[in-house]
Design a protein around this ligand. Structure first.
Ligand code: PMP
Length: 296
């Protein structure tokens, strides 16, 4: 189905939307993005995504007049301009058009671009919440540096990792850091459960500070579960009782196999199940959708 998008204040058909070929987002990946979804056409955790894109832009010294209000309004206009039952949204902010060649941040003219893409959301089959994902250990290393912590438009490492997963018949590729600790998946944060305790790499490691990660930590604490933000060695990950991934698109997904190693008894473990239940309780409270229909 055709979609309409937001491009610098205007709603335009995707097929007619244009930005200059000299845009630094295109030349250098010089910009940031966010992906989120709607439930009942309500953009889930929009403020959190808006704050993260603005802080990424601030880190890259992309100076614009965009603020929380601008982004909220751009997303709402995009949703209103599309007929889909549920929408996958991608917010993109680029530095703007280069004057000529040259990497430095001052090589641009005009204003930054704010774009919101919309696409009909294809729901994942609900079985993923019980059957889970298969993962592999990627050959790509996540280096602990600022670009690993923002959603920059340079997502090639993640794309290569994801392709490795696909070639191996898996759903997600887990990237280690330089020291052999697990960092994150190509599109998700990672958690492990051992002896009833939950472990996840800290935000000081080479990870994106995931919005779903933060929410799951909060929900786990509300359930009186113990959460430790600690580095996890890949060897320990493979011998955990449960493992799960978190991401905005689908929330929380059990990982039942990593490479050739089964995790737990190859199905969603009890703590992961509790967290899936709490997560969708919250989605239900925010959006008015019945919880059971979200999971089953
Ligand atoms: N890590 C990476 C590399 C990601 O691309 C994503 C998806 N945005 C995540 C983690 C999960 O973050 P969030 O829960 O904010 O979607």
């Amino acid at each position: 189905m055709k979609s309409n998008i937001y491009l610098n204040g205007k709603i335009v058909p995707l097929s007619e939307a244009k930005i200059p070929i000299l845009d630094r987002g295109f030349l250098y990946g010089d910009g940031v993005f966010e992906s989120l979804r709607t439930y009942n056409r309500i953009p889930f955790l929009l403020d959190e995504h808006s704050k993260r894109i603005l802080s990424g832009a601030k880190f890259l010294k992309i100076h614009s007049n965009f603020n929380l209000k601008t982004i909220r309004s751009a997303v709402q206009k995009t949703i209103s301009a599309n007929p889909f039952k549920e929408i996958y949204l991608k917010i993109i902010l680029t530095r703007g058009k280069a004057k000529s060649h040259g990497l430095d941040f001052s090589n641009f003219t005009g204003k930054p671009n704010l774009i919101v893409l919309a696409e009909e959301l294809k729901e994942s089959p609900k079985e993923i919440y019980s059957n889970g994902w298969k993962a592999i250990l990627s050959s790509i290393r996540r280096v602990n540096q600022p670009t690993s912590k923002i959603k920059s438009l340079c997502y090639l490492d993640n794309a290569i990792a994801k392709e490795e997963a696909k070639q191996a018949g898996a759903n997600e590729a887990l990237m280690l850091d330089e020291k052999g600790f697990v960092a994150e998946g190509s599109v998700s944060n990672l958690f492990m459960v051992r002896a009833g305790k939950i472990f996840t790499p800290p935000t000081s490691s080479a990870i994106l500070s995931g919005i779903t990660r933060r929410l799951i930590i909060k929900l786990a604490k509300e359930l009186s579960l113990k959460v430790f933000e600690k580095n996890i060695h890949s060897k320990d990950l493979l011998t955990g009782d449960e493992c799960f991934a978190t991401l905005s698109g689908t929330g929380i997904i059990p990982i039942i196999r990593i490479g050739k190693k089964n995790i737990g008894n190859q199905q969603c473990g009890p703590i992961t199940r509790k967290l899936i239940s709490s997560y969708f309780e919250l989605v239900s409270a925010v959006t008015g959708i019945e919880k059971e229909s979200l999971i089953n």
